[in-house]
Design a protein around this ligand. Structure first.
Ligand code: IPD
Ligand code: CA
Ligand code: CA
Length: 278
């Protein structure tokens, strides 16, 4: 290992992550409306297109050019299904360097032409996220976080929002593709939280919602049954912007966490209690 875990031989991991996210994002955007009908993964609510696979291939090849010995976990490289990421993390989570990639987060939006999707890239060093990059090609917004060095959008330091309580909060959530257990739990929580907050958004990209919490555009985000590729980059971003990211029982974020609660920190206890009471 080099002295600084964010460089090898002077090459910055962050620069490589940014290059991968922006190249993949530009390519995804250029393919809008020009791809075959989507395939279904483990359910009719879980879509994948050739663009998801192509974006992952592009990122995997670029990472391998710079760091041939690093491990790589991409959504499209594992078996479909709710437990896939947990199993991969159990196997690969201890790797020295692990790249964790969602090549298109928000595929349903992408397929429908709803401009809210992203590329999410994280690098973990022995299980701890040290770089997180989320790119929104529709707005050309690049969110970047480095462990211990803060998080930035458009080169401007991000800071979570200042709402002091749930009653003043704008939250976001998702509607999980797994309809047996995750969706009903998430819907119950939505019903319970809606009357307690200013409002709730569900825009269809967990990674971008996490970036928006870091940027202070949302007070908090929660969802049941997410995967490491949806969350790892955003979790570092929120922590580096002064927020808190835990599972829904209040345990600190780690790569295996699937039921997420992320916030500006000020509302976190109240938020966790409302989720638990739902
Ligand atoms: C999905 C998005 C969505 C969330 C789903 C995720 P995908 O990821 O993040 O917002 O509600 O649970 O699976 O499939 O578009 O990469
Ligand atoms: Ca995703
Ligand atoms: Ca995806």
């Amino acid at each position: 290992m080099s002295d600084n875990p964010n460089t090898i031989g002077g090459k910055s991991f962050t620069a490589v992550a940014i290059n991968c996210a922006s190249k993949a994002g530009e390519w995804i955007k250029s393919r809008i409306g020009q791809f075959a009908a989507p395939d279904l993964k483990f359910s009719k609510h879980d879509l994948v297109t050739e663009v998801d696979k192509g974006s992952e291939r592009l990122i995997r090849n670029l990472v391998a050019t710079h760091y041939p010995t690093h491990s790589f976990l991409g959504e499209e490289g594992v078996e479909p299904g709710p437990e896939a990421s947990a199993q991969s993390i159990a196997k690969m989570g201890g790797s020295e360097y692990l790249w964790i990639v969602d090549p298109v987060d928000g595929t349903t939006n992408y397929v429908h032409g709803f401009p809210f999707y992203s590329v999410s890239i994280a690098l973990a060093y022995r299980g701890e996220v040290i770089v997180g990059v989320i790119y929104d090609p529709s707005r050309d917004e690049l969110f970047v976080a480095e462990k211990g060095k803060g998080a930035y959008v458009h080169g401007k330091r991000m800071q979570v929002s200042a709402e002091p309580a749930l009653a003043q909060s704008l939250l976001a959530t998702g509607f999980p593709a797994e309809h047996l257990s995750a969706l009903p739990r998430n819907l119950k929580q939505t019903l319970a939280l809606a009357p307690q907050v200013r409002n709730i958004r569900s825009s269809g990209s967990a990674a971008l919602h996490m970036a928006y919490v870091a940027a202070g555009r949302l007070t908090g985000f929660w969802e049941v049954g997410l995967n490491a590729w949806d969350l790892a980059a955003g979790a570092l971003m929120i922590a580096e912007s002064g927020g808190i990211v835990t599972d829904q029982n209040g345990h600190p974020y780690s790569l295996g966490v699937r039921d997420i609660a992320a916030s500006n920190g000020l509302i976190h206890d109240e938020f966790l209690k409302a989720l638990a009471d739902a």
